[in-house]
Design a protein around this ligand. Structure first.
Ligand SMILES: Nc1nc2c(c(=O)[nH]1)N[C@@H](CN(C=O)c1ccc(C(=O)N[C@@H](CCC(=O)O)C(=O)O)cc1)CN2
Length: 294
């Protein structure tokens, strides 16, 4: 038996279409156009690709883009001054600072400077705290995407044994909070976890977000489990070219799992679709409009 492949590209395109529909309605009925400010510092090649995709998605959703490219050498004070300006700009509903940042800049200081109501990445301590308290919050995009994809194949996650491999602030910790909110039984594993393969074999839902190419092997996967692969690892391919693989050995796991996300084309596209959704939600909240349930 081979697993159902969860097509994140198609699911993300559908979500972006729904967001665009709601943006048009928001404009028509309330005269509000959501705006997203995307800030890129330096010339990290992958970040440049992601930022371009985000700006394209903003335009396609009918929102107003505002792109800010700062040199690699920009000071922390200059970046904080830009954020202050964007916080005060009423046309800007959401602010996103692309990570990673160069070493002279403290990312936590930058994230904390963003108005929590405009923090469409959901990284601000206020949003992190609200998520962990089970209160309405702007929720990080990749974790939201993981939950949406899992629920596509298994609509109720209640009671499932879920294993999250990785404890990053961007994915591991928030996805664990979201799984708790879905009433899953959650284990968070990391580099110091003992006998990870044995833990993985117990998981009905396995979310791999550790950034290690093909760490999770086929014989770690419980037969029929849902496997969500967040990893994006560039490895050497044929003919001197590189290729992208996930944190899961897909060719092995697909023979055992019940459902699995591919890399590329799984969780990655959901990150940008959920960013559009967060920007719409932020614009609604800032204008006293009830946000649509999408
Ligand atoms: N401020 C933020 N910075 C970063 C985030 C984030 O959510 N907020 N996440 C990642 C990068 N990221 C978005 O910014 C991102 C990563 C991957 C994809 C994606 O669609 N990946 C494709 C493959 C792309 C490729 O070929 O390289 C896929 O998986 O199909 C979108 C967004 C770090 N920084």
């Amino acid at each position: 038996m081979t697993a159902t492949i969860i097509d994140g590209k198609t699911i993300a395109a559908e979500l972006r279409g729904k967001v665009a529909f709601e943006v048009a309605q928001l404009k028509r009925e309330h005269g509000v156009t959501p705006g997203l400010a995307v800030v890129l510092v330096g010339q990290n090649a992958a970040s440049e690709v992601y930022v371009r995709s985000k700006s394209k998605a903003v335009v396609e959703a009918g929102m107003t883009p505002s792109d800010h490219k700062l040199p690699e050498t920009v000071s922390e004070a200059e970046l904080l001054a830009l954020i202050d300006k964007l916080n005060k700009n009423k046309a800007v509903s959401g602010i996103l600072v692309q990570l990673p940042l160069p070493p002279q800049i403290d990312p936590q200081k930058v994230i904390a400077a963003i108005d929590p109501a405009k923090d469409v990445d959901g990284f601000h301590p206020v949003n992190v705290g609200r998520l962990s308290l089970g209160l309405p919050a702007l929720v990080p995009c990749t974790p939201s995407g993981c939950i949406m994809l899992a629920k596509m194949v298994w609509p109720s996650l209640a009671g499932l044994d879920a294993l999250v491999i990785g404890r990053s602030n961007i994915v591991g910790k928030p996805v664990a909070q979201l799984l708790l909110a879905e009433n899953a039984t959650v284990t968070v594993a990391h580099s110091k976890t003992k006998d990870l393969p044995a833990l993985a074999r117990r998981a009905d839902l396995l979310i791999a977000a550790i950034g290690k190419a093909e760490l999770v092997r086929g014989d770690w996967v419980k037969p029929g489990a849902i496997v969500i692969d967040v990893g994006i690892n560039r490895v050497a391919g044929d003919g001197g070219k590189s290729r992208i693989v996930g944190d899961v050995a897909f060719d092995e796991a697909v023979k055992v799992a019940g459902a699995i996300t591919p890399v590329p084309g799984g969780v990655g596209p959901m990150t940008i679709a959920c960013l559009m959704l967060n920007t719409l939600r932020a614009a609604c909240a800032q204008n006293g409009v009830k946000a649509p349930r999408l």
